[in-house]
Design a protein around this ligand. Structure first.
Ligand code: FES
Length: 129
């Protein structure tokens, strides 16, 4: 019997395992309205809103802490009609948002919003610096 049938796959690593088996998939669309008024539309958005914004060079989203919820450089305002689906800021988010200027009850940290199919069509405004 060929021994290759019983050997562990060597072409997969932990990143592959995480990326393909744990990370949620989404075929959803998200629109960012930048501080200068431009719209950036991302189809098939996968990941959290900060990661997606960085991948597509969305103006105003820095993500300095890479999503650890400790910088607030990913501040967005969710369009009111989407707040029920995204939910409001958690206590940890709100503590950081409170340190920013130009915030309101729609403010969220985009790194804390994971895209799902339920959020297909989501629109967020990127907060000015
Ligand atoms: S990237 Fe730092 S709080 Fe979101």
């Amino acid at each position: 019997m060929p021994s290759a049938l019983f050997s562990a796959p060597t072409h997969l690593n932990w990143f592959d395992f995480f990326h393909f088996t744990i990370r949620p998939n989404s075929m959803a669309k998200v629109t960012y309205i930048t501080p200068s008024g431009n719209e950036v539309v991302v189809e098939d958005a996968i990941g959290n809103l900060m990661e997606i914004a960085r991948e597509y060079d969305v103006e105003g989203i820095e993500g300095a802490c890479s999503g650890c919820c400790s910088c607030a450089t990913c501040h967005v305002r969710v369009k009111p009609e989407w707040l029920d689906k995204t939910g409001r800021a958690t206590e940890a988010e709100q503590d950081l948002i409170d340190l920013e200027s130009d915030t309101d009850e729609r403010s969220r940290l985009s790194c804390q919003i994971e895209m799902t199919d339920e959020l297909d069509g989501l629109v967020v405004e990127v907060a000015p610096f």
